[in-house]
Design a protein around this ligand. Structure first.
Ligand code: NDP
Length: 333
């Protein structure tokens, strides 16, 4: 309602996602608002203070960050940094006593996911992963169709998440020490997510291949990966992720029909259809819905739609995919 005290969010890392998606969404949220910033770029600090009316006492850099513990205006720290910095800043945020949202992919590996979850558990703070689609209506409809077996059992699920990378070959996403990997770490987690919520199960095996056509540009990160999954109960899955192709799709074939989202993972509006006709839902900012859902989880105990366990589960699958590529044959997540 209108009397609710909004939780204060501090964004850590003022890059393109914070600038063009999260900060604008935080102007629309009902349960939280932009209350602080953490940045290594003084010029951005000045600009954001002015644009969003943030006082100097709520502005931090990466060295002074831990002082945020004493900042009563900040309830949630949202880590929007290159992947190699997710674990460090999520753990420092938890130790400062703040609830944490960590962007996807949750971390560089499963071990770091465990460390983040342990830090949040020990500090008694909530942890969410930046999986905005779990608050998005077409995705929630897919999860409902699966849960209620609206078309019977899902026998096959397929998902693709890919875009064509261009520009600066030195960008952090193409630097393994900062990203942890290429297409799979970036868009691949969406395809993994789609396969899992598209059939409602976790994979029991993966068989993956990597394809490279531009090794001069993709120097130490994966360009294209395909993977096949076996799920309990006989469901088969297939995914593709790439930094050198355009794809954005979820498809599931069931006992008595099918459903599909295309596009399935951009900022929306998404589009979906089933064997019985089109889906239709009103569009709202996914990031607004996501951050309000997390704030309500803290304030009212509503479900955490994308908890740390989910981010870790996906990293377990990522590691199995890389292992299958390295060793050949099936890998067990
Ligand atoms: P950007 O490169 O646009 O921004 C990253 C920011 O991190 C920089 O602007 C900088 O902010 C800070 N930073 C600190 N150290 C470094 C460093 N060594 N190299 C580069 N940047 C550094 O990235 P994005 O905003 O696109 O992505 C950030 C995170 O958000 C990633 O984990 C990504 O996967 C995730 N993401 C999630 C999306 C989603 O839909 N859920 C969409 C897009 C991204 P400053 O100058 O303030 O210090």
């Amino acid at each position: 309602g209108s009397q609710v005290k909004k939780l204060g969010v501090a964004l850590v890392g003022l890059g393109s996602y914070s600038t063009y998606q999260l900060a604008p969404a935080l102007q629309q949220t009902a349960y939280c608002h932009l209350a602080g910033i953490v940045t290594g770029t003084p010029q951005k600090a000045r600009q954001w203070m002015q644009t969003y009316g943030i006082g100097a006492e709520h502005v931090y850099d990466y060295d002074s960050f831990d002082r945020i513990a004493a900042d009563k205006a900040i309830d949630i720290v949202y880590v929007v940094l290159p992947n190699s910095m997710h674990a460090e800043f999520s753990i420092r945020a938890a130790k400062a006593g703040k609830h944490v949202i960590c962007e996807k992919p949750m971390a560089m590996n499963v071990g770091e996911c465990d460390a983040i979850m342990a830090a949040c558990r020990e500090a008694g703070v909530k942890l969410g992963v930046g999986y905005r689609l779990h608050s998005e209506p077409y995705t929630r409809e897919v999860k409902r169709l699966v849960r209620e077996q609206a078309f019977g059992r899902v026998r096959f699920v397929g998902a693709d998440a890919a875009y064509i990378s261009a520009g600066n070959p030195d960008q952090w996403r193409l630097d393994k020490s900062l990203s942890g990997g290429g297409a799979l770490m970036n868009m691949g987690v969406y395809a993994i997510q789609s396969c899992i919520y598209g059939c409602g199960k976790n994979p029991v095996s993966v068989s993956a291949r990597e394809f490279s056509t531009r090794p001069d540009y993709f120097r130490d990160t994966d360009e294209t990966i395909t993977a096949q999954f076996e799920f309990p109960g006989g469901t088969v899955g297939q995914m593709m992720t790439s930094h050198n192709a355009q794809a954005n799709r979820l498809y599931a074939s069931c006992d008595r029909g099918w459903f599909e989202l295309q596009p399935a993972n951009n900022y929306g509006p998404l589009s979906g259809r089933t064997s019985e006709g089109p889906m239709s839902f009103p569009h709202e900012s996914q990031q607004k819905l996501q951050m309000d859902d997390f704030a309500r989880h803290i304030l009212e105990g509503t479900p955490n739609r994308a908890p740390g366990e989910m981010g870790k589960r996906d990293m377990v699958v990522v590691e199995a995919i890389y292992r299958s590529i390295r060793e050949g044959g099936k890998a067990i997540p």
